[in-house]
Write a protein that binds this ligand. Sequence first.
Ligand SMILES: NC(=O)c1ccc[n+]([C@@H]2O[C@H](COP(=O)([O-])OP(=O)(O)OC[C@H]3O[C@@H](n4cnc5c(N)ncnc54)[C@H](OP(=O)(O)O)[C@@H]3O)[C@@H](O)[C@H]2O)c1
Length: 256
Amino acid sequence: MGPFDLTGSVIAITGASSGFGHHFGTVLAAGGAKVVLGARRVDKLNALVESIEKAGGSASASALDVRDKRSQIDFFDAAEAAFGPVNVLINNAGVEAGAKTYMMIDEDDWDYVLDTNLKSAWMMSKLYTERVLAHGLGSGNIINISSITDTRTIKGQFPYAVSKGALTRMTQVMALEASKHKIRVNALAPGYILTDVSRILLESEASPEFMKGIPMRRYGEFADLDGPILLLASDASRYMTGSVLTVDGGHVCASL
Ligand SMILES: NC(=O)c1ccc[n+]([C@@H]2O[C@H](COP(=O)([O-])OP(=O)(O)OC[C@H]3O[C@@H](n4cnc5c(N)ncnc54)[C@H](OP(=O)(O)O)[C@@H]3O)[C@@H](O)[C@H]2O)c1
């Protein structure tokens, strides 16, 4: 037992079928949490549940399309049926629209990215807060997975960067408003780690030059996020709300 211990905590993770969300599921279950995994690719979620249970952890999986309100409600219902009320919500599901500028995207690109990365985090957080109150939990914890594109500009990641800038701002405003319910709201802002979201840049010809802009001269690895996610998900961060935890090898403070 220590401040990072998650025993007894029910943690819901959106976008847990691959990348960060998949990794968080394993790490948080190993830390003692009962994890509820949501995404559209349920076969991948089921495989993760199996591997977490094999390792002695507790997990359940439920289909979730974060762009669909009915699906969001069903996800929380399934989580409660499996483990009881959700203590921690991680809004991790995210997509990008390809290497496009504001002149190249169309309305469908805008809606796809903004609805998945931003609107869903608000809607999921609202549903979560209603349930924290209805179940009389007395406290709660929301973690939004933002990105260093929330503050740094980069060409051709529009509207992804727009969604992340707003997600960070939403974290701060929500933290202010949720404090009266003893719900903490923080954001994790990772730098670049190879996943389906970042592949288009990290595997491009521009990648070696881009990496030179990172003071630590490497992209991140999933394990680089273990300490930060355990901090935010546990009581170790009990006096943190409205914070944005940047984990990027120094990328945002790189010299011009
Ligand atoms: N990789 C990076 O360098 C980086 C850096 C900073 C922040 N991030 C953020 O980290 C988060 C996770 O991304 P990732 O890099 O791990 O990429 P990823 O491997 O592509 O994971 C994205 C996840 O989001 C889920 N998702 C997408 N649309 C969804 C929807 N409508 N409903 C439910 N789930 C949905 C996907 O699952 P399904 O397709 O199965 O639904 C998948 O599990 C994103 O918010 C991303 O912006 C990534």
